[in-house]
Design a protein around this ligand. Structure first.
Ligand code: HEM
Length: 253
């Protein structure tokens, strides 16, 4: 009873003051989530250039430092990018957290009433919460490091941080969390806004789920392979920590 009254007064308050705020925040959450998803899909591929060669990863680093535009490197570009991503991440988290209590209530009700809840998309929402919570801490550590040490990126600098700087356990958990969160998030986003619904929504939902699983497997696979490559380089380089990579013939010095 008390609850009902509270609900009614909250509704009345929202109607009176700004009834479009929840919808607007929902939209903000979707847009920021979509930007972050695009970023991470690029990020994992860029950083996996180490699988091609050390020179390829070195050239990619110089590209992001603006070398091919300005003829000089400006690591400040990386700091700026990291700060921008940090802000988008904070906005996204705030918009998502706001919905947590009511979504959790729906989830508990659903669980009570459905023995088959495991097979439902509702379970995916729980995965979003768990992985999102982990990233709260892990992504903050990583982003802060990138923001404050933008010049320390490269085949040896990154591998040293991963092995000698003990970042590999954090990256391992972050990789799995971010890939699950990204693709479950995109799948839910597609359902929510009715993208690719087509004439047979049930069928297209099945196809989308398959694409989601394939993308998760692909990105975790490539991320793990890259992490493994950095670990091998980091172990080989562990007696020369701090020494920088110099490209071989053909690489641009
Ligand atoms: C502009 C912002 C960012 C920059 C410049 C950046 C840069 C890098 C670099 C250079 C590495 C290679 C390892 C190292 O040098 O320490 C790396 C690894 C990684 N980053 Fe980021 N990152 C950014 C944002 C993010 C965000 C927002 C996430 C996830 C929420 C993320 C997740 C990861 C993961 C999981 C790895 C390890 C990848 C693997 O295991 O293959 N990064 N990042």
């Amino acid at each position: 009873m008390k609850h009902d009254r509270l609900h009614k007064s909250v509704d009345a308050y929202l109607k009176l003051h700004n009834s479009s705020t929840p919808a607007r925040l929902d939209f903000v959450q979707s847009v920021t989530g979509f930007i972050l998803a695009l970023f991470i899909m690029g990020h994992i591929l860029f950083e996996a250039t180490i699988l091609i060669s050390k020179d390829a990863m070195y050239a990619m680093t110089r590209f992001f430092e603006g070398y091919y535009f300005f003829g000089e490197t400006y690591p400040g570009i990386i700091s700026f990018l990291a700060a921008a991503i940090f802000i988008i991440l904070i906005v996204h988290t705030l918009a998502a957290l706001r919905k947590f209590p009511s979504n959790y209530r729906q989830y508990s009700i659903f669980r009570k009433h459905s023995a088959e809840f495991r097979h439902n998309d509702t379970t995916l929402w729980l995965w979003q919460v768990i992985t999102g919570f982990m990233m709260f801490f892990l992504a903050s550590v990583h982003l802060y490091m990138m923001m404050t040490n933008p010049g320390d990126i490269g085949p040896f600098a990154s591998a040293d941080r991963i092995v000698s700087g003990w970042m590999w356990p954090l990256y391992l958990v972050l990789l799995i969390s971010v890939v699950l969160h990204t693709f479950i998030g995109l799948y839910r986003l597609a359902l929510k806004w009715g993208w690719f619904e087509g004439k047979k929504p049930k069928e297209s939902r099945k196809v989308m789920k398959k694409i989601m699983i394939a993308a998760i497997v692909f990105y975790i696979g490539i991320g793990l392979a890259a992490l493994g490559a950095y670990i091998v380089i980091g172990i080989e380089h562990s007696d020369k920590v701090g020494a920088r990579y110099h490209p071989t013939e053909g690489g641009q010095q």
